[in-house]
Design a protein around this ligand. Structure first.
Ligand SMILES: NC(=O)c1ccc[n+]([C@@H]2O[C@H](COP(=O)([O-])OP(=O)(O)OC[C@H]3O[C@@H](n4cnc5c(N)ncnc54)[C@H](OP(=O)(O)O)[C@@H]3O)[C@@H](O)[C@H]2O)c1
Length: 336
């Protein structure tokens, strides 16, 4: 089968198309014919080498969807031909994550990911995908969508009438916008790209703030909420945005710490958290149970993920470059 491996030459990582032996499922395992994958910011860091810790020749990408091609002995959760997606962290089925949970995450460390024609996974590591979604659409779900769902629904218990802030127009944030709208919440979106404002509004953002021309976007959020602040802020920016999020959160609101797009480090004044009685919660994607809960909501509401562009398998390096450019709105996929 064909697969992409990460090659590291002089510190710069790149994707190399290779031939690998066709895998076969052992007891309790399934063989997936991968039909589509999607890219996340993490994949960019993993391939380019800034995540560290990836084994030589790792197959990258956490996200993939396809059909069950073969069953190992004793498999009962799925049948041949079922349409499934891999879960981000095969070792996290339900409940809270454990200290070593992340070690089983696909497409990082020593665990091969989904940028390949066939993948063998434990039967417990797949979920059925919503019937109305294409393989490309389903391939957008395992990382970005589950992360946004965990932050807003599992942790935040978002409710109709609340205000949700999402930052930028990447995968996590656009899913955050969609789930907030499904819940009947009001969305304030930020973006650094003026040409993405109209699309944010089309998707239901009530207000859009340009974080480049309005770097103190927290002040604008306070104005737009009558001085009360937002009930939920999905923070994908990290060091450069968390300080603003703490100024924009409503008393008792939820800031979910998701990403580090602006970097790590920084100083946080504990008084802000205390004074606003804020819930500041770190998010690590989510469990299989969260994925299944989310899929039910997606099915019932006929929700469709927002895909910016689909690349073919032999264009995978170009797909990664496109993600790195930041021009995308929502998700970037690769079709096999
Ligand atoms: N903790 C977790 O479980 C988890 C899960 C998934 C992702 N993440 C992290 O979350 C972040 C986003 O991931 P993703 O896959 O959604 O990324 P992505 O699809 O690559 O989206 C990146 C987008 O973020 C926006 N952005 C860039 N700098 C920004 C800033 N200073 N303030 C606000 N927005 C900014 C840009 O949108 P505009 O062009 O609109 O400005 C850019 O297109 C990454 O750091 C990723 O590692 C964490």
């Amino acid at each position: 089968m064909k697969a992409y491996e990460i090659r590291n030459e002089g510190g710069a990582g790149r994707l190399a198309l290779v031939e690998r032996p066709q895998p076969t499922p052992g007891p309790g395992e399934v063989l997936i014919r991968v039909r589509a994958t999607s890219l996340n910011y993490r994949d960019l860091l993993t391939v380019r080498g800034s995540m560290g810790g990836a084994k030589p020749g790792l197959i990258p990408l956490s996200d993939g969807a396809g059909e069950i091609a073969e069953l190992g002995a004793g498999v009962s959760r799925v049948r041949a031909g079922d349409r499934v997606a891999a879960i981000f962290t095969p070792g996290w089925i339900s409940g809270r994550p454990r200290s070593r949970t992340a070690e089983s995450s696909l497409g990082g460390g020593s665990v091969d990911g989904m940028l390949r024609e066939y993948a063998v996974l434990p039967e417990s590591a797949v979920v059925h995908i919503p019937e109305h979604l294409s393989y490309e659409e389903a391939a957008t779900l395992p990382c970005a969508a589950v992360t946004a769902w965990n932050a807003l629904v599992t942790v935040g218990h978002v409710a109709a009438g609340q205000t949700v802030v999402v930052q930028g127009t990447g995968g996590v944030s656009i899913f955050g916008l969609q789930f907030a709208r499904l819940a009947g919440a009001r969305v304030i979106a930020t973006t650094g790209s003026e040409n993405k404002v109209a699309r944010l509004r089309e998707l239901g953002a009530a207000e859009v703030i340009n974080y480049k021309t309005t770097p103190d976007w927290d002040k604008r959020v306070m104005e737009l909420t009558g001085g009360e602040g937002a009930d939920h802020i999905l923070d994908v920016g990290g060091a450069g945005t968390l300080v603003h999020a703490l100024q924009a959160i409503a008393p008792g609101g939820f800031i979910t710490v998701i990403g580090l797009l602006t970097g790590m480090g920084g100083e946080i004044n504990p008084l802000g958290i205390l004074f606003r009685a804020a819930h500041v919660v770190g998010i690590r994607v989510g469990s299989r149970e969260m994925f299944e809960d989310m899929n039910r909501a997606i099915s019932v509401n006929g929700m469709r993920p927002i895909i910016d562009r689909v690349f073919q398998f032999d264009e995978a390096p170009a797909a990664l470059d496109y993600l790195a450019s930041g021009r995308h709105f929502g998700k970037v996929c690769i079709r096999l």
